[in-house]
Ligand binder design. Structure first.
Ligand code: SF4
Length: 465
């Protein structure tokens, strides 16, 4: 590719001349983050310049999420903000909300393009066409004419860094699979992402080479249902192992991380590849959702609590220092106190190092939305609060076990004097490190000295530079 994509953001306006400028705002999952990167890459190849969402731009793209009603609301809020940016800016909406509710989104003032997931790879073409079709006097006039309204104060700060995949220099979320063949009762995703599709091994490996040339040091394999990877390829499920082996053989790739996988997709072959490779991080994200067999069955998750715990046992046997993170949903229809207590019990037994907790929300078009016995909001709040407390406790217990034991941290940001840096350990604990001559993108060996809130404080033991 050779475009220096990671360096483009931040050039000054004079250097950018009158190239049209675009800003992209990404909501939702890692797959969306990758999609936004792919759209950005296509636009850059066509001569567009990326800017941040708070800057004047000729086009604002919102890559939406509809997985929960909260995500839906946030998506619409950002679209409305973009629509108020000025009549000259093109507002283009894509992602899962665009797939599911295109007509509604088209009615939002200022929206010009709505491109669902199935046509997402044509968004750059559509945007260029919309731009070119405007008489030049009516074209967005680029630099300095359109200001994006500032974010409302209540907006989640973690979602105001839309160009993270363009500006990050160390870790990259590489999407290798899209869609899902399962039908979890609560989930809208298969409706908006379609059937599972895998990218061929060689295509992914080629992209990884390009990323490494651009300074990426850790690749996180990402998909909607990663466990489906390869089922549609000639080598079947073994394709995933081939992919991991091919990627870890690349010089310059320091770490490979596997993102979310269902417990039934984690087998001894995968664990053995993870255990035998120094590059594959001993970290698994296995979504539990519920610890109640009754609820798991109603959700159509395809495993029981005992199945889940036995997979974790096998994983910990293969990878004794395993960092184990999860997703848990509270308030699925008809979830009783007993069901919820079963979830708490499984979470304690699993000893997760971190838990992502979601309150169930009714998504029209899903099976669970039709179920009677929807759980009251206040009960969901209580259950969610209890799990947040448990998550903090479990995280602290796990982090304590890592103190005074060497670990590796990939530095994702470093202070100007090279004396402090921040990154993640191989087991996915955030660490603030102290040393000298530190550089972004380096893998340093650290000794964690103490734990502070949600991160480790550590000294650098070994620095490759
Ligand atoms: S596995 Fe279930 S929760 Fe995950 S994307 Fe597929 S249907 Fe949704």
């Amino acid at each position: 590719m050779g475009l220096g994509l990671f360096g483009l953001h931040g050039q000054d306006s004079a250097a950018q001349g009158m190239h049209p400028r675009f800003a992209i705002y990404t909501l939702g999952c890692k797959a969306n983050q990758y999609d936004s990167f792919a759209i950005s890459r296509e636009l850059i190849l066509r001569g567009w310049q990326p800017v941040s969402f708070d800057e004047p731009a000729d086009a604002y793209i919102i890559d939406t999420c509809t997985v929960t009603s909260v995500a839906d609301r946030k998506s619409r809020k950002v679209i409305r903000r973009a629509g108020r940016a000025g009549s000259n800016a093109i507002v283009a909406v894509t992602g899962c909300a665009a797939e599911w509710a295109a007509d509604k989104l088209r009615q939002i003032s200022g929206v010009e393009l709505v491109v669902g997931n199935r046509m997402k790879n044509r968004l750059a073409d559509d945007l260029c066409r919309a731009y070119e079709e405007r008489p030049s006097s009516n074209r967005p006039t680029s630099v300095g004419t359109t200001a994006f309204p500032p974010a409302p104060a209540d907006e989640h700060p973690g979602e105001t860094a839309p160009l993270i995949v363009l500006t990050g220099r160390a870790r990259f979320l590489l999407k290798i699979q899209d869609g899902c063949n399962r039908r979890c009762a609560f989930c809208i995703v298969p409706h908006v992402r379609g059937k599972s599709r895998s990218r061929p091994v060689q295509e992914v490996v080629n992209e990884a080479h390009e990323l490494i040339e651009q300074g990426i040091r850790e690749v996180v394999l990402t998909g909607i249902q990663l466990g489906d990877y390869g089922r549609d390829l000639e080598a079947g499920r073994r394709s995933f192992l081939h992919l991991v082996e091919n990627l870890t053989a690349i010089d310059g790739l320091l770490r490979l991380r596997v993102s979310s996988m269902l417990p039934q997709d984690i087998d001894t072959d995968l664990l053995s590849v993870m255990a035998n490779s120094a590059k594959v991080c001993p970290h698994l994200h296995i979504p539990l959702q519920s610890g109640s067999d009754r609820i798991l069955k109603a959700m159509h998750r395809g495993y029981t609590a005992a199945d889940f715990l036995s997979v974790i046992d096998a994983a910990r046997t293969a990878l004794p220092d395993l960092g184990l993170t999860t997703d848990i949903m509270v308030g699925f229809p008809d979830e009783s106190n007993e069901d919820f207590n079963a979830t708490v019990s499984v979470a304690e037994q699993a000893a997760f190092s971190d838990m992502h907790i979601f309150k169930y929300s009714q998504r029209p078009g899903t099976e669970a939305a039709q179920m009677p016995e929807q759980v009251e909001h206040s009960i969901k709040e209580q259950r969610s609060d209890r799990l947040f407390t448990l998550s903090a406790q479990l995280n602290s217990v796990y982090a304590e076990t890592r103190l005074e034991k060497p670990a590796d941290v990939l530095l994702e940001s470093v202070s100007a004097d090279g004396r402090t840096g921040v990154g993640y350990t191989e087991t996915y604990l955030r660490a603030s490190v102290r040393g000298t001559g530190l550089h972004e993108g380096e893998l340093v060996t650290i000794l964690p000295r103490q734990r502070e809130k949600d991160h480790l404080i550590a000294d650098v033991l070994h620095n490759p530079s």
